[in-house]
Design a protein around this ligand. Structure first.
Ligand code: NDP
Length: 359
């Protein structure tokens, strides 16, 4: 049984007199800053001088450079993208952080996979919402709360857990529940969802779409059937609200019988084996190592270039036009430059495989 914490477990008054710096006023940064301030805490923002800084100023926060905000705060939330966090920490935070401060993460990635090594005299804690930033704010305003995973990595003050629970309450997550795990487990779960469930689901979705299109059904009805109606999202919400099996009651008897009686035919697909492979790679830190390599950023760009050339991209746009839905620009990655292509030579066989996969 996991340790799960609720409203009565956090005491916001424990943070009285403390200044909290939110570094990065993006998706999570804005939502968490507003929630903490509405809970009566003193919040300042540290951000580069650009669009996000102006949004923070419009929201009436005192805004500083990252260095300044770090220097004058007791609790520092690192709410910038995980892939730049270590660089920003080394350049603009490490030398300016006051002794005995608290460092708060919203993702276990950098600590869990040892990409960032903080000083030993800091309390290191995690509040990782299972919710996008907009949801973190909306659920707070509706008094509903949202689930989070929380963790303590370093506790030199002996008060890290008290600070953690007070902050979790002020952010609004204790209304629903915060579950204690480790930084590494949080990161592994997150990556597994993105790398195993996401692509497997995407693959099944695309196979279903092409099965129907090849069988002669018009693209408009196929895309509406498979995702554009939004019915799937609704079903997913019902799974969360009342239960995976219980939500079947919202579907007709024909639908239930059909799904359950045919479901058995998919039992031998090798998904489980692939998922175990992917989980193992994540747990052993192989993915984190791969993502850190310079060549991987270029490989990512190339894979995205191939992926955005998939025929579903154009087909979807045509369908949206026919259905008189709002049209967005088709997302297309710029082709690689000559220099990039020459750097990519060493992984050309692997890239060819991606190219064929997305054709
Ligand atoms: P965003 O991409 O929304 O963060 C943008 C912020 O980071 C902006 O303020 C941006 O400022 C700043 N930033 C970006 N690059 C740099 C840089 N090189 N130097 C300094 N500042 C930079 O991030 P998220 O809110 O999505 O993620 C923040 C953390 O929250 C991550 O650890 C993430 O894993 C975690 N998280 C995110 C969730 C989500 O739903 N998005 C859910 C749960 C956790 P500027 O543009 O001015 O540079």
């Amino acid at each position: 049984m996991v340790d799960i914490f609720h409203e009565e477990d956090g005491d916001i008054s424990f943070l009285e007199g403390k200044t909290i710096a939110i570094i990065g006023y993006g998706n999570q940064g804005r939502a968490q800053a507003l929630n903490l301030r509405d809970s009566g805490l003193e919040v300042i923002i540290g951000n580069l001088n650009d669009k996000y800084r102006r949004i923070a100023m419009n929201d009436d926060f005192p805004v500083y450079s990252i260095k300044e905000a770090t220097e004058i705060s007791d609790i520092i939330f690192l709410l910038i993208p995980d892939e730049v966090m270590n660089d920003v920490f080394e350049r603009e935070i490490r030398a300016y952080i006051q002794p005995n401060s608290v460092l708060v993460f919203a993702s276990g990635y950098n600590i869990g996979f040892k990409q960032l090594k903080p000083p030993e005299d800091l309390d290191i804690i995690l509040i990782a919402p299972r919710m996008i930033g907009v949801g973190v704010r909306e659920k707070f305003l509706k008094n509903e709360g949202f689930f989070s995973y929380i963790a303590v990595k370093q506790d030199p003050s002996g008060q890290a857990k008290q600070t953690l629970l007070a902050l979790a309450k002020a952010i609004g997550t204790l209304k629903k529940g915060a579950i204690m795990i480790s930084f590494k487990q949080e990161a592994e779960l997150d990556l597994f969802n993105e790398q195993a469930f996401g692509p497997a689901f995407g693959r099944v979705l695309l196979s279903s779409i092409y099965t129907l299109i090849e069988a002669g059904y018009p693209a408009e009805v196929v895309l509406i059937e498979m995702y554009m109606s939004g019915e799937m999202a609704y079903t997913y919400q019902k799974m969360a609200d009342i239960g995976l099996i219980k939500q079947l009651d919202f579907h007709s008897q024909t639908s239930q019988y059909g799904a359950m009686s045919r479901g058995i035919r998919f039992r031998n697909l090798p998904y489980k084996q692939k998922m175990n492979e992917i989980l193992e790679e994540i747990q052993e830190g192989e993915f984190a190592k791969e993502w850190k390599k310079k060549i991987t950023k270029l490989k990512f760009k190339m894979i995205k270039y191939f992926a955005t050339k998939q025929k579903i991209n154009k087909l979807e746009r045509q369908v949206r036009k026919n259905l008189k839905l709002k049209l967005y620009d088709i997302y297309e990655e710029n082709p690689p430059t000559k220099e990039e292509l020459s750097e990519l030579k060493e992984i050309s066989v692997e890239l060819d495989e991606f190219k064929r996969y997305y054709e």
